[in-house]
Design a protein around this ligand. Structure first.
Ligand code: SF4
Ligand code: SF4
Length: 433
């Protein structure tokens, strides 16, 4: 079956004003954040090659994976809770797919090719230059938009300044190319099919929502039997429904569905049909026939929402605790490769280690290294440990003992800085005693 192209009509109304504002704040967050700097470092950057994340003045390294896990779980359960309470609120107001289609792609299309009726006529018309140049202009605008959005998306990972000034790695620009191609195909052609066939979130709607979740619904009892204005009233004024069958709700729907046929899985809860019908019905002196409603009224506090809420509270508490107790250093110690122990000319036994200290703060620091419970006849030699802001230092540590207690002595290295403390268990080897 060939695809029915969806030509949406423009619409104004209270929910579209909410869209404008949420769209403005989401885009400001998406486009501006990669350019923000805190203490000379990116305010937010997910630096995958260096396996570290800059977040508002702190640096999280691979050993802080717990933060990533907690953040992802919080995002996941927030989505579950929002879906259980308000249905596809995310799809309608937060999803980048909806955001860019509604805020850029469709306005650009309308500006270049005209309103719905004109666009439909142009789509049917023979291929002539007077229509062709508009199509070329539209696709060029979509290509520019796709590159701008892709550059912004990759800026979150590669850093905005290096990426936009041509100083990022080749891999970063390859990613921009791949994203741009995908986004261009989406803007120019795929559009609502992404929600219908590819989006995994849409596939899980049935499992995530219940009869108490909000959906967009047509008031059958008020609207039916529908009919052209006057026709129904003339037939039977007492039983005529309020719907005048103007099909405005269908014309504005980006998913190409008729909500009067009942709840449909394709509906992304964008409320364009609500605004359209409210506008039409206001002229009839009647309230709108389409609204956000649960399939059956249910209390907000029900087992599903309480469970999601409790889990979310626990996860947020754990994340806050982790952030509050996040140490400024991350240290590890290992025996120097290829060495076990050495008997020096003076008879002392020497073990050599490599100490690695990661500075997870945005200020340079110095670390002091010591060994707990070091015997009197032992020597610790370690060069000064200076670590750049958000940097790593690896230094050799030499420990000598004249007469170890046995073949293996258990000990604990301590690393202290202004903002952090680490205790590192290790062993001192003295041979097969
Ligand atoms: S039916 Fe209404 S709420 Fe659902 S996608 Fe269409 S316009 Fe948006
Ligand atoms: S916009 Fe309202 S009145 Fe017009 S067809 Fe849709 S439900 Fe009926």
């Amino acid at each position: 079956m060939s695809r029915q192209w969806v030509h949406t009509a423009s619409v104004k109304g209270r929910f579209q004003r909410i869209h404008r504002w949420t769209g403005f704040f989401l885009q400001a967050f998406l486009f501006v954040t990669p350019w923000l700097v805190v203490a000379g470092r990116p305010a937010v950057q997910i630096d995958i090659p260096a396996r570290r994340v800059f977040a508002l003045g702190a640096v999280y390294t691979a050993s802080d994976a717990i933060f990533l896990v907690l953040a992802l779980l919080i995002a996941l359960f927030s989505l579950f809770l929002v879906t259980a309470l308000w249905g596809r609120l995310w799809c309608g107001y937060g999803c980048p797919q909806t955001l860019f289609l509604e805020e850029w792609v469709r306005p650009l299309e309308k500006w270049i090719e005209g309103e719905r009726g004109v666009r439909m006529a142009r789509a049917r018309a023979p291929r002539e230059w007077k229509n062709l140049w508009r199509r070329i202009a539209k696709l060029t605008a979509f290509a520019v938009l796709a590159v701008a959005v892709s550059m912004t998306a990759v800026s979150w990972f590669a850093g905005a300044r290096p990426l936009w000034t041509g100083q990022s790695s080749a891999a970063a620009y390859v990613m921009v190319g791949v994203f741009s191609a995908g986004l261009f195909a989406d803007f120019a052609w795929f559009r609502e099919q992404f929600c219908n066939y590819l989006c995994p979130y849409a596939r899980f709607q049935g499992a995530l929502s219940d009869k108490g979740s909000l959906t967009v619904q047509y008031e059958v009892a008020l609207g039916e039997p529908r009919g052209a204005r006057g026709a129904a009233q003339a037939a039977d004024a007492a039983t005529a429904g309020a719907c005048i069958d103007c099909k405005k709700c269908v014309a504005v729907c980006p998913q190409g569905i008729d909500i009067r046929e009942g709840f449909q899985l394709e509906c992304v809860a964008c409320a364009r049909c609500i605004d359209a019908c409210e506008g039409v019905m206001a002229k009839q002196g009647h309230e709108g026939l389409i609204s956000y409603k649960p399939l059956t009224p249910q209390p907000k506090l029900r087992p599903r929402t309480v469970a999601y809420g409790a889990l979310l509270t626990g996860l947020v508490t754990a994340l806050v605790f982790q952030v509050a107790t996040h140490d400024a250093i991350d240290a590890s110690i290992a025996r120097a490769p290829g060495t076990l122990f050495v008997v020096d000319a003076d008879g002392w036994i020497r073990n050599t280690y490599l100490l690695k200290v990661i500075n997870t703060s945005l200020s340079p620091m110095e670390a002091t290294v010591a060994v707990e419970g070091l015997p009197v006849d032992a020597e610790l030699s370690v060069a000064p440990v200076r670590i750049a802001a958000a940097g790593t230092a690896t230094v050799p540590v030499v420990l000598r003992m004249r007469a170890p207690e046995g073949p293996i002595t258990r000990l604990t290295f301590t690393v202290d800085t202004d903002g952090g403390h680490a205790r590192l268990p290790a062993t001192f080897t003295a041979g097969g005693g």
